[in-house]
Design a protein around this ligand. Structure first.
Ligand code: SF4
Length: 313
């Protein structure tokens, strides 16, 4: 099957023990049936440890998290004991795949890395060239007509969003106009109240929302640094790549486009707030803001659904 990815994809590398927000902390990780059967076949002390660390009582088997929501196999050096003991091929499907996400078409697949991972966020936002898709695995593909049409429309949107002769804000205006979507006129404070009603992962997000609520929206302005404009371009291209394709299943293209733009805006507001407080901003700070937003909003199906519903009201 044909597989395509953004051109930065192959450069992704997990930073493991150097990761400050490891994906092995805070998430309940399901163990797929094949891996569970493999773990059950492991003998000796490590096999015992595997079995006693997996909860099989519920609908899906998952690792029992330890204190501070750590995966029981994440050791003090920040490394995975399963990899050390059995090798990378022993990871369950989720651990092996994360932070990758996929868009499935009838006869092809798109892959990318998600921004809830700090290494991925840094990779995406610091990519300098206009993001393009490259083929990782070639094969004849026969797509449905609506899939071909969707890819054509997304290509046109990317041409607008990557037009470096304009500011990112005005490119987004062009893209929304092309989709027949009116500008959202809700104030930042109104949006903060919407985001407050969503599911919460980390209490840090509340602190961010508090700060946004108390800010004067008119003073949240960022300088026009070239690197910042390029990073914002990568951000909106990422959201449209990752989230628009699902509209082929649920028909919510307009709401998904609004979600992509709103996600860009929230991250930009938070970046501007940081700049207002500190008088500076760099790519590391922006990547961290994007990581928090992605973990809180983008990695929660409930939160995405709630926002899509709001856009469709
Ligand atoms: S969040 Fe990313 S960099 Fe950190 S441990 Fe997970 S995959 Fe590696």
């Amino acid at each position: 099957m044909k597989l395509v990815a953004p051109d930065y994809y192959k450069k992704f590398k997990c930073i493991a023990d150097k990761c400050k927000h490891s994906c092995c902390i805070g998430w309940e990780i399901d163990v797929d049936d094949d891996t569970l059967a493999y773990y059950n076949s492991i003998s000796g002390e490590f096999g015992e440890r595997l079995r006693s660390s997996i909860d099989t009582d519920g609908e899906t088997a998952h690792f029992c998290l330890e204190e501070n929501d750590r995966c029981p196999f994440l050791n003090e050096k920040g490394l995975c004991d399963i990899i050390t003991e059995l090798g990378e091929q022993a990871l369950c499907q989720i651990c092996d795949d994360h932070p990758r996400y996929r868009n499935f078409y009838s006869d092809s697949e798109e892959i990318g890395v998600g921004m809830s991972c700090e290494a991925a966020a840094m990779l995406i936002l610091s990519h300098q060239d206009k993001t393009q898709l490259e083929t990782l695995c070639d094969a004849d593909e026969i797509l449905w007509e609506e899939e071909t049409e969707f890819i054509k429309i997304r290509g046109k949107l990317w041409n607008m969003l990557q037009n470096r002769e304009k500011t990112v804000d005005s490119r987004i205006k062009d893209a929304l106009g092309y989709c027949g979507i009116a500008e959202n006129t809700a104030s930042l404070r109104q949006w903060v109240s919407v985001y407050r009603g969503l599911e919460r992962l980390d209490s840090v997000w509340d602190t961010v929302l508090d700060a946004l609520e108390n800010a004067d929206e008119n003073n949240l302005v960022l300088p026009q640094f070239q690197w910042l404009e390029i990073a914002f371009e990568q951000l909106i291209v990422y959201f449209t790549y990752r989230h628009l394709a699902d509209s082929l299943d649920d028909g919510r293209f307009v709401a998904r486009m609004q979600f992509a733009v709103q996600s860009y805006r929230m991250i930009k507001y938070i970046a501007a707030l940081h700049f207002a407080h500190n008088g500076s901003i760099d790519i590391g700070i922006l990547a961290e803001i994007a990581r928090i937003y992605s973990a809180e909003i983008e990695y929660s199906t409930d939160n995405i659904e709630a926002l899509l519903d709001i856009f469709e009201k």
